[in-house]
Design a protein around this ligand. Sequence first.
Ligand code: 8YV
Length: 322
Amino acid sequence: ATKDIVILVPGRLHPHAVGRIGDRFRLVRIDRADPALVDPALAGQVRGMAAMTGIDASFIDALPKLEIIANFGVGYDAVDARHAAKRGVMVTNTPDVLTEEVADTAIGLLINTVRELAKAENYLRAGRWEGEGAYPLTRATLRGRSVGIFGMGRIGQAIARRIEAFGLPVAYHNRRPVDGVAYAYHDTLKGLAEAVDTMISVAPGTAATEKAVNAEILAALGPDGVFVNIGRGSTVDEADLAAALKNGTIRAAGLDVFADEPRVPQALLDVDNATLLPHVGSASVHTRQAMADLVVDNLVGWFAEGRPISPVPETEAIARRG
Ligand code: 8YV
């Protein structure tokens, strides 16, 4: 019976998700989430959507029978979930299945940022080890650092566990203290930045976190400061960060996410104390497969039982009509 249900997939989506949606539902694909691309005859038939692209209010409004948007990714800042909630549309994301992978990547990025492993490998590959001798000692180290985590959700906690295993103290800032988390809590980001020399941002992209990491925060982190971002680029004032790296306000940064991906500001490319990754936090075959399965399982759960697996908080209370 679910073969009658039209699921719209705007833009690119993981092939495993596309395959499973096509097996089970009536799959319709369009190039991007643009109301103009939706065939008017079809607009009134679309009941579900799976996407890893931005879904704004106008696109939601163009689909009067839409019931659910299954977002590929734990971060759903690109989906207007508040508007969806108003329209009675369920939104789901992909938590848990990527937690450990993203935490692993965060640690790799942190170590690379302080110990310059990518640069050291380039040195070897360029024949400079043989030609010039040992790679220069790194000015930064993980040893002796104290780490502040901005955003103590599931991924933040997985990173904190790893940092603890490295023998480093952990503190955090979050909208509110997290139950069952014993690390020192700071109720402002500035307070956290003053207390630590290493900050890892795992914060979601919301209006409240927009450019939260700015010149003032970076100055508070101090001249030995290291900033790592595995959350969302929108949480950082990238011009302030590039200036802080250039001026020595902080020592180094490791970034997996940017405000306007895939575009990376030239000012960040220009500084050599920035370690830059192309948003690979969850990007293994294993984890992306699990995310793809969760996207589809959310649609299946909704249409089979009226209950998705991982609704976002904004739409948690929404029940299926009819
Ligand atoms: C994905 C992510 O790269 O889950 C997230 O929030 O940022 C990543 O896992 C992204 O969602 C794919 O578009």
